[in-house]
Design a protein around this ligand. Sequence first.
Ligand code: AMP
Ligand code: ZN
Length: 113
Amino acid sequence: MADCLFCKIVKGEIPSTKIYEDDSVYVFADINPTAPIHYLLIPKEHISKLDEVTKENSAVIAHIYEVIAQLAEKLDLKDGFRVVSNCGELAGQSVFHIHFHLLAGRPLEWPAG
Ligand code: AMP
Ligand code: ZN
């Protein structure tokens, strides 16, 4: 998607702080962190949001969860962490390339707002 901010980050057209990358997934630091660890995990392929996940494209979403487990181990997040994917405007989604916030390093209130 030519106009998509996160597609541009994947292509390196917009700078980001890379945390992890493989063939299908890119992980980078959120520019406006709300926790000591606040990373964004995205598929390299453009999927707009959670309700556009299908049988055809869901393998990369499953893989993102494998990457989350690996990062949790590497970052020693055994005390806890949270994964959030806001879907749609009412949920606060502001970038329409599906992404999973990985939050850790402070107590995380629940229920979230
Ligand atoms: P959401 O509001 O759930 O769509 O999350 C979008 C996230 O992208 C927000 O937490 C922003 O801080 C983050 N963000 C926006 N632009 C950038 C950027 N250029 N680099 C890193 N993170 C960004
Ligand atoms: Zn995109």
